[in-house]
Design a protein around this ligand. Structure first.
Ligand code: AQP
Length: 328
């Protein structure tokens, strides 16, 4: 049987090249090999306050961007999380099989709640909803950047716990982490990952950024005082990040990128990185404009919803019976 792959992109902000390299690009590479489930986790986005109009708009934009990036709208199942109520239903059952201790160890929760006076419960329990997203479709693989690895591990633990208590029910999913590009870094604070919701927009390259903004952001990216272009994530995170972006978008290895820039100054490195990003994103933006003008986004979402809902219903029904909910 064809193995299943599942991943999602939160509509919590404009997509970045981190999302593209760490997630979307992987989906494009894997879609021929696996049956692919791509969802828009809008329920995850409301773990922090959102403007409702903007959230509605971003859900459709994410799907448009998937398609513009080359993800097939017909062979993959693309759907919105909140249109399948079984995500929330299963999440509650899994919540009752999870522990406060394991959720408290999630580094993303610690980072997102750091310094906040009022911390929403959803921010704390969101990794369980993510486990439900994955386990509902019995996905074998979850392609992800390094930031989400801990959450996939939690999903594995919950699946194993449930299976040992009630018998084989869930597939225990494996994370698929790219060897290069699993953590594209913030341009201004390269010790952090690049994020959609970074406080300073100069920290991230957004997929919809115009050429001028892309060049300006890359030319002001933080590097170091050594002046030698080499890959060393620990001591030279800024330069290593630029090399990674260049290698991933040029489809070459890090070693090849290092050789290419062997005698280059930081200014030359930044200029060439900017050239490759501009070339990639300009083509992407043209396709994106076409996609958003067509009716393909809604057609894709309707087809995706109708395909995945029966799968979700079957799994939830199995789980509900196993734990004793409702009537037999
Ligand atoms: N900087 C990154 N480098 C590589 N991969 C990344 N991903 C995110 N940032 C990077 C991968 O993109 C996928 C979608 O992530 P998400 O939308 O579920 O949320 P996230 O990981 O929390 O992404 P952001 O951009 O940081 O969003 P906000 O700012 O809202 O928290 C995942 O596979 C992720 O690994």
């Amino acid at each position: 049987m064809t193995k299943r792959l599942l991943t999602g992109l939160q509509p919590s902000g404009e997509l970045t090249i981190g999302n593209y390299i760490g997630s979307i690009k992987q989906v494009v590479n894997y879609e021929k090999e696996y049956e692919t489930f791509l969802f828009v986790p809008d329920m995850h986005s409301i773990t922090v306050p959102q403007d409702p109009e903007t959230l509605h708009r971003r859900v459709r934009e994410i799907v448009g961007m998937y398609i513009a990036c080359g993800v097939s709208p017909t062979t993959n199942h693309i759907y919105i999380q909140s249109e399948i109520p079984e995500h929330a239903n299963l999440s509650w059952v899994l919540e009752c099989h999870s522990y406060m201790g394991e959720l408290s160890r999630m580094t993303q929760f610690k980072a997102k709640s750091d310094g906040k006076k009022e911390i929403g419960c959803g921010l704390f329990t969101y990794p369980i909803l993510m486990a439900a997203d994955i386990l509902l479709y019995k996905a074998d693989f979850v392609p992800t950047g390094i930031d989400q690895k801990q959450h996939v591990e939690l999903a594995r633990n919950i699946a194993q716990r449930f299976n040992s208590r009630y018998g084989e029910t869930f597939v225990v999913p494996e994370p698929l982490i790219p060897k290069v590009g699993a953590k594209i870094r913030d341009l201004l604070y390269p010790e952090k990952k690049m994020s959609k919701s970074a406080e300073n927009p100069k920290s991230s390259i957004f997929l919809t950024d115009p050429e001028k903004a892309i060049r300006k952001k890359i030319m002001s990216a933080v590097t170091d005082s050594e002046t030698i272009v080499r890959f060393d994530e620990e001591n030279k995170p800024g330069v290593s990040n630029l090399l990674t972006i260049y290698a991933c978008l040029s489809e070459i290895t890090i070693e090849e990128a290092e050789r290419h820039f062997a005698d280059a100054r930081y200014g030359d490195l930044k200029k060439e990185v900017a050239d490759v990003v501009v070339e990639k994103l300009t083509a992407l933006q043209d396709r994106y404009a076409e996609v958003m003008k067509s009716g393909i986004v809604d057609e894709t979402l309707d087809r995706g919803r109708d395909y995945v809902r029966p799968i979700a219903q079957e799994t939830y029904d199995q789980v509900r019976r196993l734990v004793g909910l409702g009537r037999v």
